[in-house]
Design a protein around this ligand. Structure first.
Ligand SMILES: NC(=O)c1ccc[n+]([C@@H]2O[C@H](COP(=O)([O-])OP(=O)(O)OC[C@H]3O[C@@H](n4cnc5c(N)ncnc54)[C@H](OP(=O)(O)O)[C@@H]3O)[C@@H](O)[C@H]2O)c1
Length: 257
């Protein structure tokens, strides 16, 4: 990804797409100096594969306990990361953690909507706000002009199901009302952040990973996590200020709002 090694933070890094991002990023040719792999239960059975990777790459991977729906947990994560990166700041923050509830409009309860929003929208909002000082530091410390994922960026893993333009074609196949509304909300959140922080040279991006065979995507998914992540990393490497606030899929194709 980068000529100069960067620092990266990924939420929900213990399984699925987050874990695959960790796998592919640490294998890169010295492009990632520090990778903060966040998960809510680092010592639990669902973090075993991540633990194994961290043992293999002890100089790069730092496992950070973080529940994205808990502001105190995010604040503790910021302290941890700040103590490692110091004045260099954090170059790339990937809001990947997410949950899916398969509700139709008639099934969807206020609790379901609230729960999905807490993780998929309020979590990324709090993370962006809390990590801003470290992103600012990275933007200031960088010698590069313009915006890029090597300098200071927030990549938000959204979904085609959050696309309003596609809903008429896809709703019948997969309703998931709370999830769709939350990802549309995440899209707007990232657009607002991109507009508000443009002068600070922090890039914001939205990526749809495709329909992927993970716990969330299920066995019927169209692609595996390695293809999706390889595609998303390639897209991230091409992003500049011209694409800040845009919504792409893992192949680099524009997803309609
Ligand atoms: N798979 C697809 O087809 C697909 C399609 C479009 C978009 N996406 C998006 O891609 C992202 C990753 O999805 P995936 O397929 O890898 O899903 P996944 O296999 O279900 O993994 C979800 C990850 O999010 C974590 N997570 C959930 N709630 C969390 C919380 N409160 N705090 C911290 N971590 C939390 C999970 O941790 P635990 O192990 O602790 O639960 C897990 O690491 C999501 O944002 C999803 O919406 C996926």
């Amino acid at each position: 990804m980068a000529a100069e090694a960067v620092s990266v933070l990924i939420t929900g890094a213990n399984r699925g797409l987050g874990l695959e991002m960790v796998r592919q990023m640490v294998k890169g040719p010295g492009t990632v100096a520090k990778l903060f792999a966040c998960c809510r239960d680092p010592d639990g059975p669902k973090a075993k594969d991540l633990q194994t990777l961290a043992v293999k790459y002890p100089n790069i991977i730092r496992i950070v306990r973080m529940d994205v729906s808990d502001l105190n947990s995010i604040k503790a994560g910021v302290q941890h990361v700040a103590s490692v990166v110091e004045k260099k700041g954090l170059n790339l923050l990937i809001n990947n953690a997410g949950i899916l509830s398969k509700s139709t409009l008639c099934d969807c309860t206020p609790e379901d909507m609230q729960n999905v929003f807490n993780t998929n929208v309020i979590g990324p909002m709090n993370i962006i706000k809390e990590f801003l000082p470290l992103l600012h530091s990275a933007a200031k410390a960088s010698k590069m002009s313009g915006m890029s994922c090597k300098k200071a960026a927030v990549v938000n893993i959204s979904s085609g199901l959050g696309s309003m333009g596609l809903v008429k074609d896809t709703y019948g196949v997969f309703p998931a009302v709370s999830y769709r509304v939350s990802k549309a909300g995440l899209n707007m959140l990232a657009l607002c952040a991109a507009a508000e922080l443009k002068s600070n040279e922090i890039l914001f991006s939205l990526l749809h990973p495709g329909w992927v065979r993970t716990d969330m995507g299920g066995e019927e998914g169209e692609i595996d996590a390695s293809e999706s992540v390889a595609g998303m990393l390639s897209v991230m490497a091409t992003l500049t200020e011209k694409q800040s606030g845009d919504f792409f899929d893992y192949k680099g194709e524009v997803v309609p709002w």
